[in-house]
Design a protein around this ligand. Structure first.
Ligand code: ADP
Ligand code: ADP
Length: 216
């Protein structure tokens, strides 16, 4: 479903990706591991169209998504890709449900439908009693689950997660990671997860090990 061909990325004279080929199948849960500086985040950002490669291409299905720009790029991302980061990046002045709804409103779905789906997702993620809480009224694990619901609101085909458990204690980290599997099983989503968590990284369909700008 998602294919990258011969990706390179240079920052001035530093080559941080040195020719990466990768294919991810629909519904697959892939973890990307490797030491700090190996190029994991850079690769995830290129796969998620958050950044453009110096050379090489990324395809979703058969569509070359490498050179999308402006509104076409923003629309593509909003439609097809969900993002989860180490820090939840929820908007502090909005409630949990409002945070989850925003990408759906931007997408242009009907407000009532977006809200219904947001409630469904938050309930699925065990946050039924937290809909109207602001982020600072939620625990770290709850905040991150709200961020997961937000990533899923537009029913993206791929969810890209950069150290999603990095700010959680081991219990919450394990629960969040298991949640990715149950979401995949329920909705068929594909997850690509960069992680340093040595306990959770092997719990995936496939681990990609990066070293010095390459998948080894
Ligand atoms: P990882 O996620 O495996 O820790 P990164 O992809 O974040 O690795 O970084 C790979 C290398 O690229 C590192 O040496 C990092 O310092 C460098 N790098 C990342 N982003 C930039 C940037 N915007 N400008 C310059 N160098 C960068
Ligand atoms: P299109 O954008 O082609 O009209 P749809 O809006 O019918 O497509 O739905 C595309 C995907 O978004 C579907 O898989 C559906 O599950 C999901 N979806 C539909 N309605 C909503 C909604 N109100 N909020 C979020 N996701 C939705």
């Amino acid at each position: 479903m998602l294919t990258a061909r011969n990706l390179t990325k240079n920052y001035s004279n530093l080559q941080v990706l040195k020719g990466v080929d990768v294919t991810v199948n629909k519904g697959e849960i892939v973890t990307i591991v490797g030491s700090s500086g190996a190029g994991k985040s850079t690769l995830l950002h290129l796969l998620g169209t958050l950044d453009t490669p110096t050379s090489g291409e990324v395809f979703l299905h058969q569509e070359n998504i490498t050179r999308l720009k402006g509104k076409a790029l923003a629309d593509f991302r909003n439609r097809h890709i969900g993002f989860i980061f180490q820090f939840h990046h929820l908007l502090p002045e909005f409630s949990a449900i409002e945070n989850v709804c925003i990408p759906g409103y931007i997408r242009g779905h009907k407000k009532a439908e977006v809200k219904e789906r947001a409630i469904f997702l938050l309930e699925t993620l065990g946050l039924k009693d937290r809909l109207d809480h602001r982020p600072n009224q939620l625990s770290g694990g709850e905040q991150q689950r709200v961020a997961v619901a937000r990533a899923l609101i537009n029913n993206p085909e791929v969810v890209m997660a950069d150290e999603p458990t990095g700010n959680l204690d081991s219990h919450n980290a394990r629960e969040l990671h298991q949640l990715f599997f149950s979401l995949r099983d329920q909705f068929g989503q594909t997850f690509i997860i960069v992680t340093h968590n040595e306990e959770l990284a092997p719990l995936s369909d496939r681990q990609l090990v990066m070293k010095d700008g390459r998948i080894v």
